[in-house]
Ligand binder design. Structure first.
Ligand code: NDP
Length: 284
């Protein structure tokens, strides 16, 4: 039987709807909407697209948003000063600095300057540390979105073998920690892993976050597995593919995310959820 297609667009829409309802409740209780500040440095077209879609999502969820655009040659100190001002701005609950930043600016320094309580990307070392030790924290959006998609398949993670291919700080490592917190037995693979196909074949849940078009083949998939494809690879002007060979894998898996329309829409939805969460948490 072909795999169930996990509809990330539909799940993301329901999460945004929920965020919008909670944002409205926040406004009723506290007299203002939750607020997100988005900072963009330079005029990278991809960053511009992401920032615009984040602002649009905020508008759809009744979250106040403001954009701060700085020139590509802005001094690092100026950017850090802006982040500090936003840290103490009472109408701002979440701060997002669009990455990547120009080479002369330290991304680490910028992330570490964001107040952890307003770090809606979940990249601050304090939030990462809280994730490691299992304490409440703002969670990074893409991994949180992946977990929500897995949760909605109804698969019980306890005792299952989850294999994560990719060990980046923004996807692979945090999603592995989240799977571990749900009592999966977790294997993290990367570019030096020996015999990756064999490791993948043991996965009840396979998360692919590599950035290599259709690298993971159908015969690497365990029959009945849940496959989450995080990869976004442009192979032609209008053609995006994931890290998994979708046709091959969907003949074997129980459930699989498509690309596009799987993990992609979840990232911004979880960002909306984090903004509302940060707003309520600041009032507690
Ligand atoms: P990175 O480039 O930061 O990390 C890629 C990881 O894949 C690394 O850990 C690397 O290993 C590993 N890797 C590379 N080649 C191989 C190989 N041949 N075999 C096994 N492992 C390999 O990527 P990201 O984590 O940032 O992103 C991964 C993918 O997810 C990309 O396609 C990106 O576009 C997409 N993405 C999608 C998002 C969304 O949908 N919202 C959000 C974020 C990312 P090593 O560490 O050894 O180098």
């Amino acid at each position: 039987m072909p795999a169930t297609i996990i509809d990330g667009k539909a799940v993301a829409a329901s999460i945004r709807q929920d965020a919008a309802e909670r944002a409205a409740r926040f406004k009723e209780e506290y007299g203002r909407a939750p607020g997100l500040a988005v900072v963009i440095v330079g005029d990278d077209p991809a960053s511009r697209v992401y920032v615009n879609s984040k602002k649009k999502a905020c508008a759809g969820c009744s979250i106040y948003s403001e954009e701060h655009t700085l020139p590509a040659n802005v001094a690092e100190t100026e950017l850090l000063d802006l982040v500090r001002r936003l840290n103490s701005d009472p109408k701002i609950d979440g701060i997002l600095v669009q990455l990547p930043l120009p080479d002369h600016i330290s991304e680490d320094k910028v992330i570490e300057t964001i107040a952890p309580a307003k770090d809606v990307d979940g990249f601050h070392p304090i939030n990462v540390g809280n994730l490691v030790v299992g304490k409440p924290a703002l969670r990074p959006c893409t991994p949180a979105g992946i977990m929500e998609l897995i949760r909605r398949t109804g698969v019980e993670l306890k005792g299952k073998h989850a294999v994560v291919v990719g060990r980046s700080n923004i996807v692979g490592k945090p999603v592995a920690l989240m799977l571990l917190a749900q009592h999966a037995t977790v294997t993290i693979c990367h570019s030096r892993t020996v015999d990756l196909p064999s490791v993948c074949r043991t996965a009840d849940v396979l998360v692919a976050a590599v950035g290599r078009p259709e690298m993971i083949k159908g015969d690497w998939i365990k029959p009945g597995a849940v496959v989450i494809d995080v990869g976004v690879n442009r192979i032609a002007e209008k053609k995006l593919v994931g890290d998994v060979d979708f046709d091959g894998a969907s003949a074997v898996a129980a459930a699989i995310t498509p690309v596009p329309g799987g993990v992609g829409p979840m990232t911004i939805a979880m960002l909306m959820q984090n903004c509302v969460e940060a707003a309520f948490a600041a009032q507690r």
